[in-house]
Design a protein around this ligand. Structure first.
Ligand code: SF4
Ligand code: SF4
Length: 315
């Protein structure tokens, strides 16, 4: 049966693939969407860029599955870590090569960063002993891109606002809410907030939304995935529990450090999340397919195992 995203979330557990809010690599996005659509993924999170939206649509078309495949475009505010790009100051770099080994996106080659692939995770910055990395904000103007997202019938817009500026965040959220008819998603994490202030912030965001038209994406350990263990996903599950206990009229999708263990852990703890969004780990396990070193069928098996770790739980 074909649902709208809203209808789908009401009765299904959702697997969401995060292609990367900062991923502007057209070929990688098309391949990821094609592969994960074939694997059973429903929701695809992409960056706010027409070429990337077209690449995702092309991936969906190629997979040729029209039922319950939805696009979510990520937009961000200043200060959110998802919307940074890193560069190497060649005057400070001693060519040790350590940074390229920690980059899960294969964005560093020959001591230089491919801007299109860099998702701003900062792992390279943290490991460099020479302080050779420079960070710069990189995000689309929401007011400029919103008409395009409406025209293209994008199913969902996700707002990243990992900052301490409640006033600006609420105003832009209100603007999007008033000018967009689809599902809205709002990412929350505990970098700047304790539990109580986070709940207060979330309730305020939901106060202007119709019931069950919003996804709360609970980012446990922002941009720190890539590992398939319980510890990496623990914070995402714990934050989901905090939000779910409030019984808010919204869907809760766990993210940040998520992997094959996320749904299992939530299930064991009786935490009834609506889905899991997987980014770094989902991309990392098929990185050889993205670079052309792995055949499609092998990659499909790997991706299907991850998607099924969540979707097998559909009741
Ligand atoms: S870790 Fe720092 S010094 Fe080493 S290659 Fe990377 S940028 Fe250069
Ligand atoms: S490690 Fe992260 S921040 Fe550094 S280049 Fe790779 S994706 Fe960009």
């Amino acid at each position: 049966m074909i649902f709208s995203l809203n209808e789908f979330l009401r009765s299904n557990k959702c697997f969401k693939l995060i292609c990367g809010a900062g991923n502007y690599d057209i070929s990688s996005v098309e391949k990821l969407v094609y592969l994960y659509s074939k694997a059973g993924c429903n929701l695809f999170d992409i960056s706010a860029d027409i070429d990337i939206i077209n690449a995702a649509k092309s991936g969906l078309k190629k997979a040729d599955i029209v039922e319950n495949r939805f696009l979510c475009v990520s937009v961000g505010l200043s200060g959110d870590y998802h919307f940074n790009k890193y560069f190497i100051n060649q005057n400070k770099c001693n060519k040790c090569g350590i940074c390229s080994k920690v980059c899960l996106e294969n964005a560093i080659e020959n001591f230089s960063i491919d801007e299109k692939k860099c998702i701003g995770c900062g792992k390279c910055f943290e490991i460099c002993k020479n302080n050779a990395f420079l960070k710069t904000p990189f995000f689309a103007d929401i007011k400029q891109i919103l008409p395009l997202l409406n025209n293209l019938n994008i199913d969902c817009i996700e707002l990243h606002s990992s900052n301490s500026n409640n006033h600006d965040t609420f105003n832009i959220w209100k603007y999007i809410s008033e000018n967009y008819k689809g599902v809205l998603s709002f990412c929350i994490d505990r970098l700047n907030y304790g539990n109580n202030s986070l709940i207060k912030r979330t309730k305020k965001m939901l106060s202007i939304r119709k019931p069950y038209t919003t996804i709360i994406q609970t980012d446990g350990s922002p941009i720190s995935g890539g590992i398939n263990d319980y510890q990496s996903t623990l914070q995402a599950v714990a934050l989901s529990d905090i939000i779910l206990k409030e019984k808010l009229p919204a869907y809760v999708i766990a993210s940040g450090g998520t992997n094959e263990k996320t749904f299992e852990l939530a299930h064991q703890c009786n935490i009834d999340i609506n889905g899991v969004a997987v980014g770094s780990y989902a991309r990392y396990i098929v990185k050889d397919y993205l670079s052309g070193k792995m055949d499609f069928d092998t990659a499909l098996n790997i991706a299907s195992k991850l998607v099924n770790s969540i979707k097998m739980r559909n009741s």
